[in-house]
Design a protein around this ligand. Structure first.
Ligand code: PGA
Length: 252
């Protein structure tokens, strides 16, 4: 069975005090564990990762980083390496988020390097991709997504995908309150899964979790998650409030 995942991307929100509160609230809700093949992941900022991994060690909550540098180490002021993450107990990293692409100039080629570094360091990757509004309006959304996925991931070996989760995040739906319809999400997820069928075969394609991200909230989560190729969500704004995030977890 494919894993179902609810992941909270905290972005540049929550100082230590606020992170403590939120982690406490989420832990309380999942204290009796999660259903089989269901995962809950939170991605606080770098400075709060150490605290988060310590606090969630004995719980069902897992911790991800929001980014990582592609080099193993060296003179890269302000950056964080895969090894640094691993050593504090972070085993998951989000790569390719549209905000990293747009504001920090991350290209498909750079993301392929980051993916390689993560895979080499045994870090699981939540790989984000998605089209801009103009791509969708011009009917280019499938081509854009295909190119993003292929350029960053399709040099990998079949077995590497055990450590990759996909997250389709149409840029026009992120933080805008505008969600893709469940049908639009399903359509794109099925398209992406088919890309994997063609190159990596059915087994890999059917095992890979594809999350939807973009204005998921308690009111729409259940319907989106009910679609056959939607295996969960990457949640931004609604991951910052315990009650909203918990309600979304309950929808999975
Ligand atoms: P949002 O963000 O839920 O606030 O739209 C999603 C994301 O950027 O991962």
């Amino acid at each position: 069975m494919r894993q179902k995942i609810v992941a909270g991307n905290w972005k540049m929100n929550k100082n230590l005090e606020e992170a403590k509160e939120l982690i406490k609230g989420i832990k309380k809700e999942v204290k009796n564990g999660l259903a089989e093949d269901t995962r809950v992941i939170i991605a606080p900022s770098f400075v709060n990762l150490n605290y988060a991994t310590k606090k969630t060690k004995k719980s069902a909550v897992e911790v991800a980083a929001q980014n990582m540098h592609q080099a193993t180490g060296g003179a890269f002021t302000g950056e964080v390496s895969a090894d640094m993450l691993k050593k504090i107990g972070v085993d998951i990293v989000i790569l390719g988020h549209s905000e990293r692409r747009e504001y920090f100039g991350e290209t498909d080629e750079l993301l392929a390097e980051k993916v390689n570094t993560a895979v080499a360091n045994n870090l699981e990757v939540i790989f984000c991709f998605g089209e801009l509004l103009e791509d969708r309006k011009s009917g280019n959304h499938f081509a854009v997504v295909e190119s993003q996925v292929k350029k960053a991931l399709f040099h990998l070996k079949n077995e590497d995908f055990k450590n990759i989760v996909l997250a389709y995040e149409p840029v026009w739906a992120i933080g805008t309150g505008e969600t893709a319809t469940p049908e639009q999400a399903q359509e794109m997820h099925a398209f992406v899964r088919e890309l994997f069928v063609n190159v990596y075969g059915n087994e890999t394609a059917n095992a890979i979790s594809i999350l939807y991200g973009g204005s998921v909230k308690p009111a729409n989560a259940e319907e989106i998650f009910s679609k056959p190729d939607v295996d969960g969500g990457l949640i931004g704004g609604a991951a910052l409030k315990t009650e909203d995030f918990v309600a979304i977890i309950k929808s999975i």
